[in-house]
Design a protein around this ligand. Structure first.
Ligand SMILES: Cc1ncc(COP(=O)(O)O)c(C=O)c1O
Length: 376
């Protein structure tokens, strides 16, 4: 065992032992194929449908609106492609600071000539310029798909999902929101939120990796996204990730039950980090709108660039501190962050994203700030 300090919870979180316990029977004794008609199969089917009901209830959606997928990337790919293929969207409005799961999908559809693509302007603090969004919608001759994330995984900025949805409604646009960083961290009321597609990934809130959801509003009809068997109501064929689905639902139940307590703890840890950095590291600054409309889990920090700070990610790693330079979702490649470039293209700064979970402590923050002081 190392005494690693893990401040990269926006990349992924550890599995909650209670979630593992709920999954275990489905990794061992209860292995029936959910499509089999005998009792083993029926028990597995029941576990999946109970998980779906639980997820739907927590998000205030209908169970028929919840589709289990392999995670956030698949869910966003599916929603965006379906909006173009099945819902007549010929113009996508998105932003330059979306996760690559969205950005690379919309760029691909644009490159292949399927759609026109516009990026909405950003305000200096990284928020979406809502008046520019309205101008783009009003000026479009085609049906639009608006794809804007609920919370940015690198800087934490949050979108007003209801206001955006209302605007989309006014212009008859389809609205997809990547909610991977907010499902499990914020309450949702989907029956009263004007959105057509949202996404979730279990590993962002102490559930297993490789399982997620796509919510498809009941008023939207799309065609199957994986062809084959009749799983997921004929939409996504293939034997289900039974233990993953059970784990996803359990993790969401736990996150929801303890939401207020966890939020307060994480918020306090994050605030402590901000205060300690300001106190001990000269020239430090924070990206986005960290104490406005923001995730309480993410703190994006810029350090003045020096010979020493350029090595910061490397030195943190040597010192057993896990944090990320940009989006860790691009497998650690230090290609610089497209988000930081879009909002704050300052070559004289080094940016590190610290992201927190309920398991982090103020003592860990103090230890990291002490090390950072030495490193910088
Ligand atoms: C905002 C956001 N969207 C999408 C994803 C992709 O999710 P997954 O890794 O489950 O495919 C991530 C992170 O991985 C993310 O942070």
């Amino acid at each position: 065992m190392t005494d690693r300090i893990y401040f990269d919870n926006a990349a992924t979180t550890c599995l909650d032992p209670v979630v593992l316990e709920a999954m275990m029977p489905y990794l061992t004794s209860s292995y029936g194929n959910p499509s089999s008609i005998y009792s083993y199969g029926r028990e597995s089917r029941l576990a999946i449908e109970n998980a779906r009901k639980s997820v739907a209830k927590i998000l205030n959606a209908h169970p028929a609106e919840i589709f289990f997928t392999s995670g956030g990337t698949e869910s966003s790919n599916t929603a965006i492609s379906a909006a173009v293929r099945d819902l007549g969207c010929k113009h996508i409005i998105s932003s330059e600071i979306e996760h690559h799961a969205t950005l690379h999908t919309v760029e691909y559809l644009h490159r292949t000539g399927d759609v026109q693509l516009s990026y909405v302007k950003l305000l200096p603090n990284g928020h979406i310029d809502m008046s520019d969004l309205e101008s783009l919608l009003a000026g479009s001759n085609e049906r639009c798909l608006v794809s804007l994330m609920h919370a940015n995984n690198e800087i934490g900025n949050m979108l007003d999902i209801s206001a955006t949805g209302e605007l989309c409604k006014k212009y008859n646009a389809i609205f997809h929101s990547d909610t991977v960083q907010t499902v499990g961290h914020f309450p949702f009321d989907l029956r009263n939120t004007p959105v057509h597609f949202i996404t979730g990934a279990g590993h962002k809130f102490h559930g297993p990796k490789g399982v997620g959801i796509l919510y498809i509003n009941e008023n939207v009809r799309i065609t199957p996204f994986v062809h084959g068997g009749s799983q997921e109501r004929n939409m996504r064929a293939g034997t289900e990730n039974l233990y993953g689905i059970v784990g996803f639902a359990k993790a969401l139940e736990l996150a929801t039950a303890n939401h207020e307590m966890d939020r307060q703890k994480i918020q306090a840890t994050r605030l402590h980090m901000k205060e300690q950095l300001e106190q001990h590291i000269p020239g430090v600054s924070f990206n986005g709108d960290p104490f406005g409309a923001s995730l309480y889990t993410v703190l994006s920090v810029s350090f003045p660039k020096t010979d020493k700070s350029e090595m910061i990610l490397f030195n943190m790693d040597i010192n057993n501190i896990c944090a990320s330079g940009g989006s860790a979702c691009t497998s650690g490649a230090d290609a610089g962050s497209h988000v930081i470039r879009a909002i704050n293209n300052n070559e004289n700064q080094m940016t590190v994203r610290f992201s927190f979970s309920k398991y982090n402590t103020k003592e860990e923050v103090d230890a990291v700030v002490r090390k950072l002081k030495e490193m910088i």
